[in-house]
Ligand binder design. Sequence first.
Ligand SMILES: [Zn+2]
Length: 279
Amino acid sequence: MLKTLSKWVRRAIGDPRPIPDSLWLSTLLHYAFLARLSSPEQARLRQLATHFLDRKEFTGVHGLQVTDAMAVAVAAQACLPLLHLGDADTPATALHWYDDFVGIVMHPGSAVARRHVMDGAGVVHAYDEVLAGEAMHRGPVMLSWPAVQQAGSDAHAGYSVVIHEFVHKMDMQDGGADGAPPLPRGFMGARGPREAARHWARTWAPAYERFREQLITAQRFGTPAPWLDAYGASAPEEFFAVACEAHFVQPERFAAEFPELSTALRAFFRQPHPPESSR
Ligand SMILES: [Zn+2]
């Protein structure tokens, strides 16, 4: 396996190398959900992305050369969920959410992972799973470059594999991924962590069940499928990840389809204003 390494080199004086203007602008233009952010938000995102690049190490596999443009495309999307989570004057403090790993592995196409499952009789079966991305607890994030790029053209569907994998990382901060990330103190007025967790579960569990039922009904009877990646029906943690993708890529549509989830995510990501259509 041929590996190439692209590391964002820290300047001798200690500050991370700034992202060049042209590179930053072409990244914003490719991803409409980044282009629509306000100027102060874009400046904050750029600062976060700069520090992200300084801390992470990109590795291209199967002959892929990771360019600066690829690294910036990943950094900008990965930092979007952290936009309002850092201190007011030092946004980079939010990067602690991604402190458990350094490596980002980029594939030139879909990655194929060999999986093994044991059935009830104790027989182990092997199968291949085609992946657009993968996040491992305390391990690297794997991304398919074509899938990363696709978030620009698939924005109407609310997809971003980068946001998907990085919110899994956030979810994993209190152990494994379960669709319930560690909640901030006083989350939605809760008086303690238990109350916050209860509130989260009461919001997400019924929404997940409803989504699964709607999908099953759609498959059986041909009724319209719910808006949101059907992959979200595979597990609560996947429902959380696809909901976050849609929330950041298509905030108005997501808020219209899942108002209670939109409110919970806005509170979790400490976003200051509701989406325009609901103002
Ligand atoms: Zn996932």
